[in-house]
Design a protein around this ligand. Sequence first.
Ligand SMILES: Nc1ncnc2c1ncn2[C@@H]1O[C@H](COP(=O)(O)OP(=O)(O)OP(=O)(O)O)[C@@H](O)[C@H]1O
Ligand SMILES: O=c1[nH]c(=O)c2[nH+]cn([C@@H]3O[C@H](COP(=O)(O)O)[C@@H](O)[C@H]3O)c2[nH]1
Ligand SMILES: NC(=O)CC[C@H](N)C(=O)O
Ligand SMILES: [Mg+2]
Length: 540
Amino acid sequence: MQLIQSQDQVTQVHSIYDTILILDFGSQYSHLITRRVRELGVYCEMYPCTQKIGELNFKPKGIILSGSPYSVYDKDAPRVDKEIFNLGIPILGICYGLQEIAWNHNGSVAPCKNREYGHAMLSIIKYRDCPFVNKLFDGLEDSIQVWMSHGDQLDKIPKDFKVVGKTSTSPFAAIAHEDKHLFGIQFHPEVTHTPLGKTIIKNFVSNICECQRNWTMESFIDKEINRIRQIVGPNGQVVGAVSGGVDSSVAAKLMKEAIGDRFHAILVDNGVMRLDECQKVKKSLKDHLGINLKVVDASKMFLDRLKGVTDPEKKRKIIGNTFIEVFESEALLIDNEAKESHGKIEYLLQGTLYPDVIESISFKGPSATIKSHHNVGGLLEDMKLKLIEPLRELFKDEVRELGKVLGMNEELIWRHPFPGPGIAIRILGEVTPSQVKIVQAADNIYIEEIKKAGLYRKISQAYAALLPVKAVGVMGDKRTYEQVITLRAVETTDFMTADWFHFPYDVLKTISNRIINEVKGVNRVVYDISSKPPATIEWE
Ligand SMILES: Nc1ncnc2c1ncn2[C@@H]1O[C@H](COP(=O)(O)OP(=O)(O)OP(=O)(O)O)[C@@H](O)[C@H]1O
Ligand SMILES: O=c1[nH]c(=O)c2[nH+]cn([C@@H]3O[C@H](COP(=O)(O)O)[C@@H](O)[C@H]3O)c2[nH]1
Ligand SMILES: NC(=O)CC[C@H](N)C(=O)O
Ligand SMILES: [Mg+2]
């Protein structure tokens, strides 16, 4: 996967912060490892396990290998680049990661008699003559509770490794190599069910890899503003894709601090925005951030191109490409009007976040991508503007923290996210102007009632979507045959996993009554009770 990003942007972060590299073998918990390391104030990035080490443009201080749905002895098992073992830096393997380390050092891995899923007690073994192998479990009692999820285990320990932990069923539940600084654990320290997992991860990144714990939002702001100034230069100009969402508002605020009026914020009305969204956002950014937002009405162009399209990935690509076209033509307009002292527009600011990137790539390559976020996988291949994405390495809660430190108001910081492809991915099937109107009206009622009930901050994201089916109903003694609105509301911190929200029934009742009564063309309202995974937050 080629990450589209300016070279300066990539290298700079790593020259400032010590970096832990996480190699993803496809475990459902891989991103949690990233979260845990960041929470400790240590910068880290996750790459597919197939990443060639020679092609990395930074030198990590340590590597963590994730778990995997595969078995190391499978014919098509994902394999790590063996070069990692020659870097001379500490490596921690978790579950499959442990098995992969053993496999690469002539250990033996085989199916266990009983698949182990859930709690286990780990007995920690310490060695007087091997101080380094003891470091992973520094400060812990002799026996700790851990969480297991595996069907294979080590049945022979590789040469020169020490057993540093065992459970009643796993004789080699934790292993370590004194000189090579390799560690493997069969359990998952990244999940909350391993209560002292955080200490283990801290021991690894801090005591073993000796990373500095300086990844804080305060330190990020100054460094980011300097970095933007360096990239853009003294005269360069930047157009910004600003939706009014948390991410792009924070990115815009940083950009404004960095280059002042050489930054041009643009909101594209793509015809699939929320009700009256564009005008509300324009006012709010002016009032709260002092940013002059230009609203470009491209709704006809977007809706024309979406005509007849029902495939979700096609919708996303069309929208992503059209966004870029609009930004490029706006950039030309600004260039033509620019003051002489100003340089040309070379850059486009986007509020891309780390989860957008993670979900648009995959350890198996692009074929296994879950969905192409419009701003990552949906970009034009021959785009002329170079991207600046100051938040590309951050998670949502980190961005909110950043917004707080930048003094942004609560309402902006706590807005529910709204995807770039907007209502187009909330109308299942073809997107038409009349369908857009139905969703806008229903969604507006839904959010109004959520706010009235004082639930807006409790819910991480809520929206209404339109299903591509019709149902029979009866209204005023007449048969109706109309469409179905589905309501979604989820609780989550990082939007990578989510639970559906437990609404009080009376709130649902009011919402349903109002939508059926007030929105023409709808005679049924249903509530979506699917968590992520296995569902996703959006329907498409
Ligand atoms: N209508 C739009 N006009 C201009 N840029 C947009 C629009 N919609 C999305 N973008 C760009 O795409 C990026 C990704 O969209 P995304 O919805 O993930 O972020 P956001 O809108 O900034 O924040 P939030 O996740 O809170 O909605 C935005 O940060 C912004 O740069
Ligand atoms: O700007 C965006 N462009 C996109 O293409 C896109 N797809 C999903 N989302 C948002 O991402 C979060 C996770 O959504 P999913 O569980 O549906 O992947 C949720 O907050 C979604 O609203 C998008 N945001
Ligand atoms: N969670 C994991 O990494 C599992 C690894 C391997 N598939 C096993 O069952 O042991
Ligand atoms: Mg948005």
